[in-house]
Design a protein around this ligand. Structure first.
Ligand SMILES: Cc1cc2nc3c(=O)[nH]c(=O)nc-3n(C[C@H](O)[C@H](O)[C@H](O)COP(=O)(O)OP(=O)(O)OC[C@H]3O[C@@H](n4cnc5c(N)ncnc54)[C@H](O)[C@@H]3O)c2cc1C
Length: 498
């Protein structure tokens, strides 16, 4: 392969980037180069740092920035955020597909996406939660959900509200990730695929509506890589930042940063949608602590393995807009004395109306972008109202005999009654940002890409990661992003996205 040119150049080697590199290099006649800012730990799990393989915790290694609010965590390593995430895989509702079909056409319907969803599940080795991984808290939570009239739902396909179990890309506490799953030894042995780790994509060279190259920096040394097709897969924060540095975005904002606008595309970096949530702590009884400690000693303690999907106000008629997540185990943040555990339930807002933004503060590719998640800012207050209804649902769950036997309310028993500011102060994230290079028709001024990921107004450029989803799924995003990348790789391979 010519060291500086390929048929396809993929910028960003995270969840989507690994799918794209694997699928597009299946054709031996197509040369593919994958650029990743972070390290590449290779196809053998033995070569990976142990913390990244520990599925019992959210690793804090290999992040772009550590000293930032938690909502801004983003991984910088081949495999992307699949190397640091919770290994939960769920799917959303038909309502998500209706929104995506309106934006990108029939290929985004539930039926049309099914083969891509299935391909992603197979490649990632997704599996059901083994019974031994259910803690007494998880079991009691399913009983509590049943007591409140909820029924079991399949979490891995478009479905209905109800309780259920996520699909996992972890086995016996060992995390797999998109790089191990998609870029195994056989794929890496393909002579038409090159992986370039420790290489930061600075910007695209845009001239008269075409991409003429990508400036990348390895060990401080810039060079230009060229390709017939450029594919951005730098994630919901990285892809808009790359476009903005390339002069593609809101022209006024770019000029203010000293960047010459190449294409005025106001949607770039706008429309950031993430799923906010609030944790309601409960006090474990000594009995629950002891039972959790026994699971812990057996190496079978997982903080959360059960999920309840409920429809709060403004939920789509056949869907849900809340995830209630019972949790019991070592605290996610901070520590407790040995033998003591944290228990509680989180409520996450899955279909927020609020939108935030990703903006540049400088043209330096190593300068973190300004990320405003915009949590709970919709002027009509619908998100606050829905979150409050989720918090009230948590109290109903906590009062069921099944959960009340294991944990008692803390002083903080009525978070749904907190004032707006107090509630905002307690709001965290599910880490599921999407929407910053949103798919939509060419006549929609907020749209950045079409239904095949092609950037409106430019030739030769596709975006193919979480940033293209115009609305968040009522789901954890890894599985939908894997399927999105499968879909867009197929569109590229067949020429639909050429
Ligand atoms: C802490 C955490 C927990 C999560 N838990 C879950 C979960 O349990 N279940 C779930 O479904 N989802 C979860 N997610 C979300 C899920 O991981 C993401 O939806 C998914 O990783 C998005 O894939 P992506 O390819 O769009 O971006 P990413 O996977 O983030 O990949 C982007 C890649 O691009 C690289 N990159 C960025 N900029 C550049 C540049 N300029 N040059 C070169 N490379 C660049 C990055 O280093 C990164 O490797 C979690 C996320 C986080 C952060």
């Amino acid at each position: 392969m010519n060291p500086d040119s390929s048929d396809v150049l993929i910028l960003g080697g995270g969840v989507a980037g690994c799918v794209l590199a694997a699928r597009l290099s299946e054709d031996p006649g197509r040369t593919v180069r994958l650029v990743e800012a972070g390290p590449d730990h290779g196809p053998d799990p033995a070569g990976w740092p142990a913390p990244l393989l520990n599925a019992r915790a959210l690793p804090r290694e290999e992040l772009w920035e550590r000293a930032v609010p938690t909502h801004r965590f983003r991984a910088r390593v081949i495999g992307g955020s699949s190397c640091v995430n919770g290994c939960w895989n769920t799917w959303g509702s038909e309502a998500d597909h209706r929104e995506w079909v309106r934006a990108g056409g029939e290929r985004w319907s539930a039926a049309a996406m099914e083969p891509y969803r299935d391909a992603a599940a197979r490649a990632m080795g997704l599996r059901a939660v083994p019974d031994r991984e259910l803690s007494p808290w998880s079991r009691a939570s399913t009983e509590a959900a049943r007591a409140l009239g909820h029924t079991e739902a399949d979490m891995g396909r478009p479905g209905a509200p109800g309780y259920g179990f996520p699909l996992l890309n972890a086995h016996d506490g060992r995390r797999s990730n998109a790089a191990l799953a998609y870029l195994g030894a056989a794929v890496r042995a393909r002579p038409n695929l090159t992986v370039l780790p420790h290489t930061v994509a600075d910007r695209l060279l845009v001239r008269r509506g075409r991409i003429e190259g990508a400036v990348v920096v390895t060990d401080g040394v810039p060079r230009v890589l060229r390709a017939d097709r450029y594919v951005l897969a730098a994630g919901a924060y990285g892809s808009p930042a790359l476009l903005l540095r390339s002069g593609v975005g809101p022209a006024g904002e770019l000029r203010a940063l000293g960047i010459d606008p190449a294409l005025d595309l106001p949607g770039v970096g706008a429309n950031l949608a993430d799923q906010p949530g609030v944790f309601v702590p409960l006090s474990p009884t000594p009995g629950l602590d002891a039972a959790l400690a026994a699971k812990d000693r057996a190496g079978e303690l997982y903080g959360s393995r059960v999920l309840l999907r409920t429809a709060g106000p403004y939920a789509p008629e056949d869907g849900w807009n809340l995830h209630l997540l019972p949790v019991a185990g070592p605290p996610l943040f901070g520590t407790l004395p040995p033998g003591r555990y944290e228990a509680g339930v989180s409520a996450f807002l899955m279909k927020p109306f609020s939108r935030g933004s990703v903006r540049l503060v400088s043209a330096d590719p190593l300068a973190p972008p300004a990320i405003d998640p915009g949590f709970l800012t919709d002027p009509e207050g619908r998100d606050l109202e829905t979150l409050r209804s989720g918090l009230a649902d948590i109290l109903r769950l906590a009062r069921t005999p099944a959960l009340a036997a294991l944990a008692t309310p803390t002083g903080d028993t009525a978070p749904h009654l907190l004032g707006d500011d107090a509630l905002r102060a307690r709001t965290g994230t599910y880490w599921h940002p999407v929407g910053t290079c949103a798919m939509g028709p060419a006549d929609d001024p907020a749209a950045v890409v079409d239904g095949t990921g092609r950037v409106h107004g430019l030739t030769g450029l596709t975006v193919a990661d979480a940033s293209v989803l115009p609305t968040p799924p009522a789901a954890n995003t890894q599985f939908p992003v894997l399927a999105t990348a499968e879909l867009l790789a197929a569109a590229l391979a067949t020429g639909a996205g050429a």
